[in-house]
Structure formats: structure tokens, C-alpha cells
Design a protein around this ligand. Structure first.
Ligand SMILES: CC(=O)N[C@@H](CCC[C@H](N)C(=O)O)C(=O)O
Length: 385
């Protein structure tokens, strides 16, 4: 069965009700398997990874394969409390598909359902990837040997939905599409005490305020304004009550750059600022950086040129050349190992990605499936590498 538009929307809505955090995508994994089990199994082989049990790989054997083409989508959701009031809202309080991975999985299922019925020329490998939002599921899968033997991938494709692009628009660019990111955790230790006797304590909240302000000057004063960098602290934990000076602060943030050298420079300056503050405030500041698999997403020049040319000449596709974005993706790790192309699918949401009112237009699903099936058919009929 090739999934119809109504079936695709039903699937997406079901996935939307069962969002799960990174590496906890068990219900999602089981539901994907249940949907896939209804497709023709004639040319299909499934691979699971015991050490990464929520991942799922599906191979559709080609009729005359010259290459193995990979298609990747991510599965996890975010710790966000949905506010859209939908009939098919998240059934797990505080967890939401606020980054559209429910859309990504549904597009992948649509493409897979087509090729389960219409045997492709090349081998197609569908990778349903856990843990994109954190914990580097793509890197974990690669390092566990997911793409070996029959599941070896020669070229990889994958999409991300885009709240700002009009519904169904395919956006892409050659070179860097997404930033590389590094998660940063900061633990500041001062000394707690009575609010009335600051001279006897060492106020870690005051130190954190200085740290945050100084770190933001890296972006405004240290880096070349024509090059991009972002430092965001999205989480801060400190204190117990208004009249006790806090002895500890914990900060969680993310730093981003379009090149690896920018990320390394931001890390260096954050560490230098922390060392300076340790001296000036006589405190301890421990910093932990973790890049995992969030390398800059570098689109392959040859494959991406072809992808863009196809999308531009396809009258049914609305294509836009897009600027690099500061979003991160651990598909960057896979594209660092295997050439490929990541692209945007417009879903025109009033709320931004990662927000509680993110509300993608579902018509984009069918448009994404059609654009990608068209491209894959074109690609598989080309003789060249
Ligand atoms: C597309 C998207 O929103 N991706 C996430 C990736 C998370 C990267 C990592 N956990 C970090 O925060 O550095 C993003 O936040 O861009």
C-alpha cells in the first residue's frame, strides 16, 4: 500500500500524541514498525541495533542497484508543554513534537511506502534515528556500525521542517546548511549565607550574572561581525529562597558556529572568561563542553548541486535557495562521514521551532513525499556517480 494523504496525516497525528525524549522513543519505534509491517515485505529487510534499541533501519532492495541511497529522519521530541489545544495534542504532559520530527517520520514513511510497492533501481536505506535533540543518536548509530555490509550508505539525504518557509517549499543551499553546536554546562560554586550578611558569603548568582554578561560580549566584541556565532543559556538553576544567598549555580547552554574553528574559538573564550572570574570572585567555575555529533551540516557539492537543479526544474516544486541557519543537527556527523544533502521543507507555522505553539501545516507532508520520490527516481536513473 502506498500511503494516501489522509493516511499520512492520520499517522502524523498519532505520532504527535506520543512524543518521547531522546533515547526514550520506544512507543514511536514500535508504532513505526507497526505501520511498516503493513507495507509489502517482498524487497524489505529490517535492521535493529540492540545497543540503540529505538533506532530502526529499513532496506528496500533495488532491482539493479548501482549504489545504496540513504534517507534519514529523526524521532525524538522536546521537553516543551504544548499550548495549541489540538484534538491530537501530546498525551505526555511536558513533552511535545515541537521540532516537527513527527512530520519528518511521516514523510519518510510516505517515501518508504511508495518504494515498498514500486521497487527502486538502487538499494534504499531508511534510517529512523533516535536522539537528534541531544545525545547524538546519529553518531551513536554510525559508531555502532549501523551502516555496514548491506546497510552501507553511499549517499545520504534528510530534511528538516522550516516554520518560516511557505508550506511545501523545498529549501536548500550548497555548502554549510546548519551550524555546528556544542552543549555547555557550567557549575559555579561560591558560598551560601544569610541574605543580610553578603560579606560572609560568596554569592554565586552575582557571579553567574557577570559570567552571562561577559560571555555575551564574545559575540558582540570578539568575533568578526561578518561571521556567525551564537551563545545561548536556556537553563539556569540556583537558590532556594529569597533570603538565603545561593552557594551554587548550574547553567546549561549551547554554542554555535558555521565552522568548526568558530566553535573552538567560542569554547576557548568561554573558558578564559571563566578562569578570569574564578580569580576576581575567588570562586570555582567548572565548564563541560560536549559537541557529540553536532558538526556543521556540510552539504556535498556534487550531490547538492544535482539536488538543487532537480528541484529547480521540477514545475511541481516550489524551490528556494536558503541562507545558512544557526540550528544544529547531528546529521552533520553523518554528512561528515558520508556525502549527502540536507534540505528544508516549509511548514509555515505561526509558532517557531522549539516553541509551545509550533503548529506545522500538514499539507507539507504529501508535498515533501512527492518532491523526494521525484528526486530519487531521477537520481536512480542517472548513470554517473
Ligand atoms: C534542528 C534543531 O533544532 N536542532 C537542535 C539540535 C540540538 C543540538 C544540541 N543539543 C545543542 O543544543 O547544542 C538545535 O537546538 O538546533
Amino acid at each position: 500500500m502506498v500511503l494516501s494523504e489522509t493516511e499520512l496525516i492520520d499517522i502524523r497525528r498519532h505520532l504527535h500524541t506520543i512524543p518521547e525524549l531522546s533515547l526514550e522513543e520506544f512507543k514511536t519505534h514500535d508504532y513505526l514498525k507497526q505501520v511498516i509491517s503493513k507495507f509489502s515485505q517482498v524487497n524489505m529487510e529490517i535492521k535493529e541495533l540492540p545497543e540503540l534499541p529505538t533506532a530502526l533501519l529499513v532496506l528496500i532492495k533495488g532491482s539493479n542497484p548501482k549504489r545504496n541511497i540513504g534517507y534519514r529522519c529523526d524521532m525524538d521530541a522536546l521537553p516543551v508543554n504544548e499550548t495549541n489545544g489540538l484534538k491530537y495534542a501530546s498525551q505526555t504532559k511536558g513533552v511535545m513534537h515541537a521540532c516537527g520530527h513527527d512530520i519528518h517520520m511521516t514523510v519518510a514513511l510516505g517515501i518508504l511506502s511508495y518504494y515498498a510497492e514500486h521497487q527502486p533501481k538502487d538499494n534504499l536505506i531508511f534510517f529512523f534515528q533516535p536522539a537528534e535533540e541531544s545525545q547524538s543518536g546519529g553518531r551513536k548509530a554510525y559508531d555502532l556500525g549501523a551502516f555496514s555490509k548491506r546497510f552501507q550508505v553511499d549517499e545520504f539525504y534528510g530534511l528538516h521542517d522550516n516554520a518560516q518557509l511557505k508550506t511545501g517549499v523545498i529549501g536548500c543551499r550548497n555548502g554549510t546548511l546548519f551550524a555546528g553546536t556544542t552543549e555547555v554546562n557550567v557549575d559555579i560554586k561560591g558560598k551560601s549565607g544569610h541574605a543580610a550578611y553578603p560579606q560572609l558569603a560568596n554569592d554565586s548568582i552575582v557571579i553567574a550574572a557577570n559570567f552571562i554578561e561577559q560571555v555575551q560580549t564574545i559575540i558582540s566584541r570578539n568575533i568578526d561581525p561578518t561571521r556567525c556565532g551564537v551563545i545561548t543559556f536556556g537553563k539556569i538553576e540556583a537558590g532556594v529562597i529569597r533570603n538565603v544567598i545561593a552557594g551554587k549555580v548550574h547553567l546549561e547552554g549551547t554554542i554555535r558556529g558555521l565552522t568548526q574553528s568558530m566553535i573552538e574559538y567560542l569554547r576557548l573564550r568561554i573558558s578564559e572568561i571563566a578562569e578570569g572570574l574564578e580569580k576576581s570572585f575567588n570562586c570555582s567555575i567548572k565548564i563541560n563542553f560536549n559537541q557529540g555529533g553536532y558538526y556543521p551540516v556540510e552539504n556535498d557539492p556534487v550531490l547538492t548541486k544535482r539536488f538543487i537543479e532537480y528541484m529547480q526544474q521540477n514545475k511541481a516544486v516550489d524551490f528556494e535557495e536558503t541562507a545558512p541557519a544557526m540550528t544544529g543537527e547531528d546529521f552533520g556527523y553523518l554528512l561528515n562521514k558520508i556525502p549527502g544533502t540536507m534540505f528544508w521543507l516549509g511548514v509555515e507555522s505561526p509558532g517557531a521551532l522549539h516553541s509551545a505553539d509550533f503548529l506545522p501545516h500538514e499539507e507539507a507532508i504529501e508535498q515533501g513525499v512527492k518532491a523526494m520520490v521525484g528526486f530519487l527516481n531521477y537520481r536512480m536513473n542517472l548513470e554517473e556517480k
